[in-house]
Design a protein around this ligand. Structure first.
Ligand code: BES
Ligand code: MN
Ligand code: ZN
Length: 479
């Protein structure tokens, strides 16, 4: 798909269809579309789409009037959804080229991102029934404004959209294809194309270093684990601050010996979405060049039962030196993250954000509306949440009360890997906190937000790319 910026008005731009916006109660096209306006067919209500043909004064043969609702309620997130929904509507009609007519630079960013993200489909491996004839090949972002900020806004939206699709392409791959070593290959390809440094620790190196928590999770699988490190530094060299992005990449989570029920287990191919979001974020960061050093750390493993698998009752020694009693092998994400977090600190990260499809409990708490976030540093959380708002990724601050740590107290080892039935997302976060120490840290539990179970008007079923855009905005905002 081609995405281009053109300095043209909605009327002048030429495509199979042009998307224009109408605010609630607005009358901007009432002169040329009297029937639609007088009948109330076009009311400007949010996400109302009206396709009209051969409108006087428009070079394009079709105009899709997209209701943008109340102007004061329209932010960049809603605009992105609105444009994405419009593009998917036109795609379903077999339209091949679309122009999106916007006015301000901020809208150009939203339009460019939507232009890339909206048309992604999870059908990489379908060989029939793809309806390739129903694919938009060209999206034009049309803007008349001569504001010099327009070019940078277009580029930022395009880069973030493209990175989101990289993450989704990786995340959607089935678990027989996307093994930990296949993930390494994807990460290497992204790093090479972006000009980023990449290091990969293999199983032997992890043994030498003493990553017992990560190795314990991987030992039941025939697929060896890997720890991927991707580095970005500004052109002027490494900075004093080094932002560590740590992403859980369990390429398939059967639960291990504490095996999961069969129903819905296939969704555990998405248990690497945190890691895939870090890889995509590094791709975007390399292109947008923030002024802070960023280090991506991705522990990759497959959680399988088997004769070599870790058992409930096993005690492992983590890289930090802390011993962990494994009470449930399905609480594996926190184990691989414990070693990855310790390693990120050893690499010199001064701030840490981790993303993980960590618990079913966060989905019970927040549904699919928001990721749960936890912190040991409220100032860093404020900075982080500001970035999440710009990204349009909804996040909700969850607590780390001392009571959760009580639940992890263990007689046989320093800590145990699960608490009681209740507050499971909080005990998981508390477990991570024990390995983070004093480094400013935010943990994102994106188990409810990293993928869509069913297609939405603005987005295909499958991985969403969350929280990639928050990562990128956090780095770009760095002071
Ligand atoms: N990957 C799962 C969490 C998950 C569940 C993500 C549902 C998305 C949807 C994680 O490894 C896990 O199995 N967590 C357990 C923890 C429990 C054993 C303490 C859970 O949430 O049930
Ligand atoms: Mn699990
Ligand atoms: Zn898991």
């Amino acid at each position: 798909m081609e995405l281009n910026l053109v300095r043209q008005s909605a009327a002048a731009v030429s495509a199979d269809a042009v998307i224009v916006f109408e605010a609630e109660g607005g009358k901007s096209l009432a002169g040329v579309l009297p029937v639609q306006y007088e009948s109330g067919e076009i009311s400007g209500k949010f996400a109302e789409y009206t396709l009209v043909h051969n409108v006087a004064g428009f070079a394009s043969p079709r105009v899709l009037v997209a209701g943008s609702g109340k102007p004061e309620a329209l932010d960049s997130t809603k605009l992105r959804k609105l444009i994405s929904g419009a593009l998917r509507t036109l795609k379903s009609k077999g339209i091949k080229s679309v122009a999106v007519a916007v006015h301000a630079a901020a809208d150009v960013e939203a339009a460019a991102e939507a232009g890339v993200v909206a048309l992604w489909e999870p059908d990489l491996l379908k060989t029939t029934g793809k309806e390739p004839e129903k694919a938009i090949g060209r999206v034009l972002i049309a803007v008349e404004s001569t504001d010099p900020a327009v070019d940078a806004a277009f580029e930022k939206g395009r880069v973030i959209g493209t990175a989101l699709n990289t993450t989704r392409d990786i995340a959607v791959e089935p678990p027989n294809v996307l093994t930990p070593l296949a993930l390494v290959a994807r990460a290497r390809a992204v790093a090479a194309a972006a000009g980023l440094e990449i290091d990969v620790l293999d199983q032997d190196r992890m043994k030498q270093l003493g990553m017992g928590a990560l190795l314990g999770v991987a030992q039941g699988s025939a697929e060896p684990p890997a720890l991927i490190i991707i580095r970005y530094n500004p052109a002027s060299g490494p900075t004093k601050d080094n932002l560590g992005l740590v992403g859980k990449a369990v390429t398939f989570d059967t639960g291990g010996i504490s095996i999961k029920p069969a129903d819905g287990m296939e969704k555990m191919k998405y248990d690497m979405c945190g890691g895939a979001a870090v890889i995509g974020a590094m791709q975007a960061i390399a292109a947008l060049k923030p002024g802070v050093s960023v280090t991506g750390v991705i522990p990759a493993a497959e959680n399988m039962p088997g004769s070599k698998a870790q058992r409930p009752g096993d005690i492992v020694t983590s890289l930090s030196g802390k011993t962990i009693e494994i009470l449930n092998t399905d609480a594996e994400g926190r184990l691989i993250l414990a070693d990855a977090i310790t390693y990120a600190k050893q690499l010199g990260c001064t701030h840490l954000v981790d993303a993980a499809t960590l618990t079913g409990a966060i989905v019970v708490a927040l549904g699919h509306a928001a990721s749960g976030v936890y912190t040991n540093n409220d100032d860093f959380l404020d900075t982080f949440l500001a970035a999440s708002k710009q990204a349009g990724e909804q996040m909700w601050h969850m607590p780390l009360f001392d009571e959760y740590l009580e639940q992890l107290k263990c007689v046989y080892a320093d800590i145990q890997n699960i608490g009681t039935r209740w507050g499971g997302a909080c005990t998981a976060a508390m477990f991570l906190k024990e390995f983070v120490g004093d480094t400013p840290w935010v943990h994102i539990d994106c188990a409810g937000t990293a993928w869509l179970d069913d297609a939405k008007p603005h987005m295909a079923k499958g991985p969403t790319g969350v929280p990639l855009s928050t990562f990128v905005h956090l780095a770009l905002n760095w002071k």
